[in-house]
Design a protein around this ligand. Structure first.
Ligand SMILES: [Zn+2]
Length: 612
């Protein structure tokens, strides 16, 4: 019996403790809470829907926002029931009963969401002349940036009937085109070679995985299959991409948007000037990614890497980490950075906020999730003792620590992070943990790990920025010429890829069509955010390496949530992120790592020259 209890206690530690929400799927409090959410929500809706005074008098708006903030803190549209069933369905995916319960609560939440939407919409329609008065009002300072975000969105909004038309036509003029190409690609299959030497018909996702196989004949066959799929679909993609470029041009003209990437910047709460500085800093240092590929080609013993071979892993990372070891290692690193980081970590462990191991029915991958400011954070892992699992743990904990720091200082309407900085905390923690791993590894292992890290950094920063510039030119060229042939698009694409890859990577035949598959360019200018998050993180790492006390400023930044734009938050810390120099400091970190890697490879006699 005692043994059984022990086992249960252990199992409880390895999976989420959802008791702060509910004790089980049939907890009678679930229905009671749904009733309370309904009552709270409709009390707010019925009170403010009839009134107009809060759109004219800032003192009244302050009162309305206080009520709205409390509603968002305590329940929002779905409260504990929504969060609970979402979490439950992540770890028990085949449970149809759970799915039904979650669908019901989602429906419940949608109805309230639609009914309370008027509040946001009406605030966004406050005339420009009055907006200033509202933003300057003392009693509204707490909500200043919340209002600024709503007002900024409304800058390019049209009248209500016009917005309705825009909304209705968006599916046939944009969404369906994008879906068409991705559906066509998803239907494709080809015969490819497998790891075990046999050959078999496989769909696109598996072909993509095989393209990174260590065995050359396997990855080459996969690449031939992939290129064949793209070639077969490129004519359709040409018409698709021209249509969505046309649609975007029409939208921008109707709304009076001066540049194609502006709407993206507005919705990410980042100034165009800041993104411009980022793009110019990264593209000004493409020499780093070019040098990386040169080193990689040399290590792989070839003159030039084929386009599809540039991400094939170099060496092998053998060391295994039990979950206990992973926790000890990460905690040591966090504690050395700041005591509070380790305390937050301890709290997560004590309260059972991790779901650690893979099991049947549980989703793959990893995430860190938060919902309302009044609810606990939860982290899902699939720990299998690999180095990448240790880094994933550090990454998700970074998100978790970020949540707790925001929770401490912000109200519920500013609880969150803009997309442009969402990955700062996670990559910051990940990189510090990697440093510790490297410190403990022998030279051969260290070289493999450093090459892996550089590969990831190069794809996150240089490749994404090259893609952003490709997108900029695509929109520009389309607006100038009116139509772009697949050959023209292919040439533009290869120019930008060659720009960051340099001579050590061949722009192999067939790679001119890889834009067909790149789904992010259909979301318009999203890709910069991968680079901005990681580079802000690296710039902060650079500052902490030089001066450990700088961690205090890092915490200030991480606590700010949505209370101001990233630019203003950094300005308070004395940092100007619209200055190229800020981004250059992040890039220095990668250049240093590249130089150390090259030196190590030389010392291990893997390459001939120390410098190129
Ligand atoms: Zn992340």
């Amino acid at each position: 019996m005692a043994k059984k209890i022990d086992k249960l206690a252990k199992a409880a530690q390895n999976t989420w403790n959802l008791k702060p929400l509910f004790v089980g799927d049939d907890d009678p409090r679930i229905e009671r809470q749904k009733k309370q959410i309904e009552e709270r929500s409709y009390a707010f809706i019925n009170k403010w829907k009839k009134r107009k005074d809060y759109l004219k008098d800032p003192a009244v708006l302050a009162r309305a926002l206080d009520e709205y903030e409390r509603w968002m803190r305590d329940c929002g549209t779905d409260g504990n029931p929504g969060y609970y069933f979402w979490l439950r369905s992540q770890v028990d995916r085949n449970n149809t009963e759970l799915k039904a319960k979650y669908n019901k609560i989602e429906e419940f939440s949608k109805k309230i969401g639609n009914d309370i939407q008027f509040f946001h919409l009406r605030i966004s329609k406050i005339p420009r002349s009055l907006q200033k008065k509202f933003l300057g009002y003392k009693g509204l300072q707490k909500y200043r940036h919340f209002l600024e975000r709503i007002f900024a969105e409304s800058l390019y909004l049209l009248s209500e009937p016009e917005e309705k038309i825009m909304n209705l036509k968006s599916t046939p003029s944009y969404g369906n085109w994008v879906r068409m190409t991705s559906d066509f690609l998803a239907r494709e299959e080809r015969t490819v070679l497998l790891e075990n030497g046999s050959s078999s018909v496989k769909p696109l996702p598996e072909i993509l995985t095989l393209m990174n196989c260590r065995k050359k004949n396997i990855r080459d066959t996969a690449n031939r299959a992939f290129n064949d799929i793209l070639k077969r679909n490129v004519d359709v993609a040409e018409i698709e991409i021209n249509s969505i470029l046309a649609n975007k041009k029409i939208d921008d003209e109707i709304r009076g948007v001066p540049r194609p990437d502006l709407i993206r910047h507005l919705s990410d709460d980042i100034e165009s000037g800041t993104v411009d500085a980022l793009i110019s800093a990264v593209s000004g240092r493409f020499s780093i990614s070019r040098e990386f590929y040169k080193l990689k080609a040399e290590l792989m013993g070839v003159k030039q890497l084929k386009y599809h071979e540039r991400s094939v892993e170099y060496g092998r990372v053998e060391k295994r980490y039990s979950y206990g070891e992973a926790v000890r290692l990460t905690k040591k690193v966090f504690a050395a950075l700041d005591r509070q980081f380790a305390d937050i970590y301890d709290g997560f462990i004590r309260n059972g906020q991790f779901d650690i191991y893979p099991r049947k029915g549980k989703g793959s991958g990893a995430f860190c999730v938060h919902h309302l400011i009044s609810q606990p954070t939860y982290i899902l892992l699939n720990h299998t003792n690999k180095l990448s699992d240790v880094l994933t743990l550090a990454h998700e904990l970074g998100h978790g620590i970020n949540n707790e720091l925001i929770r401490e200082r912000q109200h519920s309407l500013d609880f969150g992070t803009p997309i442009s900085t969402a990955e700062v905390a996670s990559t910051f923690m990940e990189d510090f943990v990697l440093r510790e791993v490297l410190r403990r590894a022998d030279d051969e292992q260290r070289l493999s790990i450093m090459m892996m890290k550089l590969k990831d950094d190069v794809s996150t920063i240089f490749r994404q920025i090259a893609c952003y510039r490709f997108e900029q030119e695509l929109h520009h060229a389309f607006r100038e010429k009116g139509y772009l042939s697949k050959e023209e698009i292919g040439r533009l694409f290869q120019t930008h890829m060659a720009d960051y890859m340099g001579d050590a990577v061949e722009q192999s035949e067939g790679s001119e069509n890889w834009w067909v598959y790149w789904s992010h360019i259909r979301q318009f200018f999203y890709v910069y955010s991968y680079a901005s998050g990681l580079l802000i993180s690296k710039s902060l790492q650079n500052a902490v390496h030089r001066q450990p006390a700088f961690i205090g400023k890092v915490k200030d930044f991480l606590s700010a949530g949505l209370s101001d734009s990233p630019k203003n938050i950094f300005a308070i810390l004395g940092i100007d992120i619209s200055d190229r120099g800020f981004w250059d400091k992040g890039l220095d970190e990668i250049e240093t790592l590249l130089q150390e890697t090259r030196d190590l490879a030389f010392r291990l006699k893997k390459i001939r020259g120390k410098r190129t």
